[in-house]
Design a protein around this ligand. Structure first.
Ligand code: ARG
Length: 305
């Protein structure tokens, strides 16, 4: 059986990814209710203010914002499956991170389970795995959790919509060495990107794939080889400024579930204009309370098949 390829540079991208084996798009949405959401234990650079102090969370407002995000998906025709947050798991609302949903070549839905960098967050994994098992998924652990086997699911690893092709980030939460294993288990080639700026600690903080030809991305998060590779994969790359990509706006953590509407935290006016001129429809959804934890729209849901 041919082995899957890892692609690190534009020169190694010898096939146009849009000509690869088609694969269904993930059209189902999982969300985790932020019942036990908290920002009292900082585990990424956005969780502290510039003066080093912690953010104050407005819990009621967080719940209202989460409900509005759920309604935004509903109004676009997606009915999120809701999982309750686990007690003592302050970050579980960010359910993009605990696994990578895949479909085998024979059509079996299979979730590759994350090895989360943070010990407390790692306890979220079995809860999300059970939720997907209830939806008919096989769940596959990716081996013992060690510093060399860290992997944070769809925080770092993103499908090219409709194709058997993944984009994977490493350097902060996911170990570079994991992508051999992910590629084999997902039966897909993976374009691999080193995340060079600690403020962009997951690939989904600096890259949103809008459709199979368009990406929204912040150049400051990538190495020059990575930026060239991204531009080789996508005919159209909409560049965000560092100012709009960084917190408190988090423009690249937007989500386009239908190749048209882009759910995005309001305030990234330049990005919104660029999206409109590229034919997309920005849909502002306030996620300010969650950005205090270093996550916005994209992190707050899991797309599955
Ligand atoms: N506080 C969470 C963490 O640091 C935020 C996760 C955001 N998720 C994401 N996919 N970027 O893990």
């Amino acid at each position: 059986m041919p082995s899957q390829r890892l692609i690190h540079t534009a020169a190694q991208l010898t096939t146009n990814p849009r000509t690869l084996t088609p694969m269904p798009k993930a059209r189902r949405v999982l969300m985790v209710r932020p019942t036990h959401f908290n920002v009292d234990t900082p585990i990424n650079p956005h969780m502290r203010k510039a003066d080093g102090s912690l953010h104050t969370l407005d819990r009621a407002r967080a719940l209202t914002q989460w409900e509005a995000l759920k309604r935004a998906y509903e109004s676009l025709g997606f009915a999120p499956t809701v999982l309750e947050g686990g007690e003592g798991l302050p970050d579980m609302v960010f359910c993009a991170n605990q696994c990578l949903p895949t479909l085998t070549r024979t059509g079996v839905p299979r979730a590759l389970l994350s090895n989360m960098a943070d010990t407390i967050r790692h306890r979220e994994v079995p809860l999300v795995a059970s939720a997907l098992a209830r939806e008919g998924y096989e769940t596959q652990p990716l081996g013992e959790r060690t510093p060399k086997t860290l992997f944070e699911g769809m925080g770092d690893c993103l499908w090219l919509p409709g194709r058997r092709f993944l984009l994977g980030g490493f350097g902060s939460r996911t170990a570079a060495t994991m992508y051999e294993r992910v590629a084999e288990a997902a039966e897909a080639d993976v374009a691999v990107f080193e995340l060079t700026n600690p403020r962009f600690y997951h690939l989904d903080t600096c890259l949103a794939i809008l459709d199979d030809s368009t990406a929204l991305a912040c150049p400051d998060a990538f190495s020059s080889a990575g930026w060239a590779l991204l531009n080789a994969i996508f005919p159209r790359v909409i560049e965000t400024s560092l100012e709009e990509a960084d917190s408190p706006r988090f423009a690249c953590n937007a989500h386009c579930p239908d190749e048209k509407h882009v759910l995005i935290h309001p305030g990234s006016t330049r990005t919104e204009t660029q999206l409109r001129s590229a034919g997309f429809v920005p849909v502002p959804v306030d996620t300010e309370e969650f950005i205090k934890s270093g996550g916005s729209v994209f992190c707050m849901k899991l797309m599955f098949f």
